[in-house]
Design a protein around this ligand. Structure first.
Ligand code: AMP
Length: 444
């Protein structure tokens, strides 16, 4: 027989195994609980969309779209030529499809497609799931990574919407123990004031062009705001001297930003202003924000967000105001783990050590009742000597072992051993259920 290769997860993707997966579920459940308490509801979206949705919304000029998307062309699938006809019926002719690099575009597409602008009030949505970008993998940066996002779409751009969204984000981070964070906020103006600022910036940048590196030099013409994103040490002194957007905001934008900051104070949300926090895309307006966390090295941003009042219209929908954020789950969870704030979760409650056929029959019934009461129960499929069974219970981290032998079944009394201190007590079935349930409530 020829040697066959073993498969490994593709670079930049990874498996999330137990017990980490419990932490992930707890993290995601925390988001659900907090977001629902702010009256946000979940939207589940497809993982692939027409490429054009992303190129039009995220922007052709961005690295995410120009370099990092996983795109496929149904007309050129070498593996399934027999499906060619079906592909043509299902898909738009000539179109290509991409794995989503982010989800705001999909949310807006869905908002338009389902006429959600006719719904009462603001539409408040959240989503969670994998995103795909062909980036260079490193710690905290993957090609398949996970985001949890929230968006508010509607007719209003009241600063209270922005502030409540940010409050919700910080309440969530506090709930999951991500407290060593910094929230940065900024306003990047709107179509009335930003173009003039961008022109000023471009003029100033042209004057210092020779001192900038290639990327920044190119951006002077294509998208000068992006120069402010530069992390290159040698460019920092130059950038510090550039004109700042805050001094160029129109009255309406300045007032919006001032009110946002008042609202954040009202809600006791600590923040720092960061004039360099820009989103280099035309449809972004006014509020931008970012949260960074400790212990992550260079990839320390755990959330990015901002207003995008022009986006729905750009996607051929009705004029609509919008704001949202995307939390990076991978990095947030990494930071929680490294900060030592990860809770000890769930685990196995009861291991049923049984010997003899009658004990097994009794064990099956008891296991079902305990599981129905919300406990995690392991009932070994094959008989084991008590000593071996208790050894396995210990290795599996069970909190209790329930000892079932012929005698226990006959007497209707079961021995429960606390694995932490070795204490044993006998219970009737009713008492056992009652005791373990109260334990579960106490520990959960
Ligand atoms: P963005 O959509 O680029 O604003 O990203 C929002 C958040 O998603 C970032 O703050 C990161 O926490 C996370 N993120 C973005 N790209 C990656 C990646 N390649 N790997 C892991 N997390 C990422």
């Amino acid at each position: 027989m020829t040697e066959r290769k073993q498969f490994r997860a593709i670079k930049g993707t990874r498996d999330i195994l137990p017990p980490d997966s419990s932490l992930w579920n707890w993290f995601e459940q925390g988001a659900r609980d907090v977001f629902e308490s702010y009256n946000y509801r979940e939207i589940r979206l497809p993982i692939f969309e027409e490429t054009e949705l992303f190129s039009r919304s995220v922007g052709l000029e961005t690295e995410v779209v120009s370099k990092e998307m996983y795109t496929f062309n149904p007309d050129e699938n070498p593996f399934t030529p027999q499906y060619g006809k079906l592909e043509h019926e299902l898909f738009v002719a000539g179109a290509t499809y991409s794995l989503r690099p982010e989800a705001t575009a999909s949310v807006c597409r869905a908002y338009i497609e389902h006429g959600m602008h006719t719904l009462p009030g603001n539409v408040k949505l959240y989503y969670m799931g994998p995103m795909f970008r062909r980036e260079r993998p490193q710690k905290g940066r993957y090609r398949q990574f996970y985001q949890i996002g929230a968006e508010v779409l509607g007719q209003s751009d009241a600063p209270a919407i922005d502030a409540e969204l940010i409050e919700m984000l910080m309440v969530f981070f506090a709930r999951v123990g991500l407290t060593k964070t910094t929230l940065y906020v900024n306003s990047i103006g709107d179509k009335n004031c930003r173009p003039a600022y961008v022109e000023r910036l471009r003029e100033e940048l042209r004057k210092v062009k020779d001192q900038l590196r290639d990327d920044s030099q190119r951006r002077i013409e294509t998208n000068p705001l992006r120069v402010l994103d530069s992390k290159l040490p040698e460019e920092q002194p130059i950038i510090e001297k550039l004109p700042r957007i805050a001094e160029h905001l129109c009255d309406a934008c300045r007032e919006h930003f001032a009110k946002l900051k008042d609202e954040l104070k009202l809600r006791r949300i600590g923040y720092e202003e960061n004039w360099r926090l820009v989103r280099g895309l035309d449809y972004y307006t006014r509020t931008t924000f970012e949260v960074i966390a400790e212990g992550l090295g260079s990839q320390n941003a755990v959330c990015g967000g901002g207003r995008y009042d022009g986006l729905v219209k750009l996607l051929s929908g009705p004029p609509t105001k919008g704001i949202g954020f995307a939390i990076g789950s991978d990095r947030s969870i990494l930071s929680i783990q490294e900060g030592g704030a990860a809770p000890k979760l769930g685990g196995l409650s009861v291991f049923i050590a049984w010997m003899g056929e009658a004990a097994y029959l009794g064990g099956v019934g008891i296991a079902r009742k305990l599981r129905a009461a919300g406990l995690s129960v392991e009932l070994p499929p094959e008989e084991m000597k008590f000593k071996k069974a208790l050894g396995l219970a210990d290795k599996l981290g069970a909190r209790y072992a329930l000892i079932l032998g012929e005698d226990e079944i006959t007497a209707g009394k079961f021995t429960l051993k606390n694995m932490a201190d070795g204490a044993q007590r006998k219970y009737s079935e009713g008492q056992l259920l009652e005791y373990l349930e109260s334990e579960r409530r106490g520990s959960g």
